[in-house]
Ligand binder design. Structure first.
Ligand SMILES: [Zn+2]
Ligand SMILES: [Zn+2]
Length: 349
């Protein structure tokens, strides 16, 4: 269900979901049913190197939930994972990363670099799949927070049990290096930042037990990507799909860990002379510009400008007079845990 904040309709969903078409554990229809139960407004599927579910006509609106199907492309070394939506088909597996990123751009598809910074030293069974091809500028976005990556990265033989039984609590925030990279790239051009659940629901053995670490439902109650639409999401599938993709391309996006509370009611905008812009928007100058934030609950709000913290307050709201031009975004933390992260507003640059 949409939340209306000011003139904008906010929708939240899960990005980067696997099914049994690749290495997930349930068929798409069953995963969709779980997403509907949890109340996701949209679900973005991305199985490895295949669009069988899309070709079978499984995209659509299920109840109140929009379901779109892309896929996750990898290179022949199984690196450089790229989430591609809205492409005419699956690109050839012989392509190098630079080539499939360019092909997706040429076709007007939406391409998001999955888990761009992934480091795992300990777990030989699950090697890291980092992005290594930075000699390209054709991607549309970065998955700044990947649930599986963060979980695997924090895993040690000592915390395995606790991490297995409280997987959502163990999440801290987007990868700091990914945030830095995103702030740099976004100075030059639009680049959407979002959170991916990377849901597989596969079992992991913990001592004597085998635990399904992240059942799909747990994923769907954790990292959410939120989009802002000017109109309510359409009941017509193609129109709704285009609304979703457009919001992502335009960076009208924030993302949250709902473990720390629903982000419904979150509002971040920059205002000047009575006109206001939201994430993805821009103001021509910083003269007289104000940044305002409203939260559903009290937390620590941090204002970032060009990757540096410029203001911090613990409150339910914030009013901040902009003193210099730059690329602004906000982070909201509950204690040491990341809760809500906005995309950028461009002010005077
Ligand atoms: Zn991947
Ligand atoms: Zn994946």
């Amino acid at each position: 269900m949409a939340t209306k904040v000011g003139d904008w309709y906010h929708y939240s969903g899960a990005v980067h979901i696997h099914t049994s078409e690749s290495d997930g554990t349930k068929p798409l229809e069953e995963v969709v049913a779980l997403g509907c139960e949890v109340g996701l407004d949209f679900m973005m599927f991305s199985d490895h190197m295949g669009l069988t579910n899309r070709d079978a006509g499984l995209e659509g609106i299920y109840g109140e939930t929009l379901v779109v199907i892309g896929y996750e492309h990898n290179d022949h070394e199984d690196k450089n994972h790229y989430l591609i939506f809205d492409s005419p088909g699956v690109y050839p597996s012989r392509l190098y990363a630079r080539e499939y990123v360019a092909a997706a751009r040429a076709d007007g598809a939406l391409g998001i670099i999955a888990h761009p910074i992934e480091k795992r030293s300990r777990s030989g069974k699950y090697p890291p799949y980092p992005w290594t091809e930075w000699n390209t500028d054709d991607y549309d976005g970065l998955e700044l927070w990947n649930q599986m990556s963060e979980w695997m990265e924090r895993l040690t033989p000592y915390n395995k049990l606790a991490m297995a039984f409280s997987p959502r609590k163990s999440m801290i925030g987007p990868h700091p290096e990914a945030l830095q990279l995103w702030d740099r790239v976004s100075r030059q051009r639009k680049c959407v930042g979002l959170a991916g659940v990377d849901a597989h629901a596969f079992p992991v053995s913990v001592g004597l037990f085998t635990v399904e670490i992240f059942p799909y439902k747990v994923h769907f109650r954790s990292l959410r990507t939120h989009v802002l639409l000017a109109e309510p999401m359409s009941n017509d599938f193609k129109t709704a799909r285009d609304q979703l993709y457009e919001a992502l391309r335009e960076c009208r996006v924030y993302f949250s860990n709902t473990r720390w509370g629903s982000a419904d009611g979150f509002d971040f905008r920059a205002t000047q002379d009575g006109c206001s812009v939201v994430c993805g928007g821009s103001l021509d100058s910083h003269e007289g510009a104000m940044i305002t934030v409203e939260l559903p609950a009290r937390a620590t709000i941090i204002v970032m400008c060009d990757g540096e913290e410029v203001h911090r307050v613990a409150s339910r709201q914030l009013k901040f007079a902009v003193e210099k031009p730059g690329l602004y975004r906000v982070e909201v933390w509950r204690g040491k845990r990341g809760w809500i992260f906005s995309n950028h507003v461009r002010i005077g640059i």
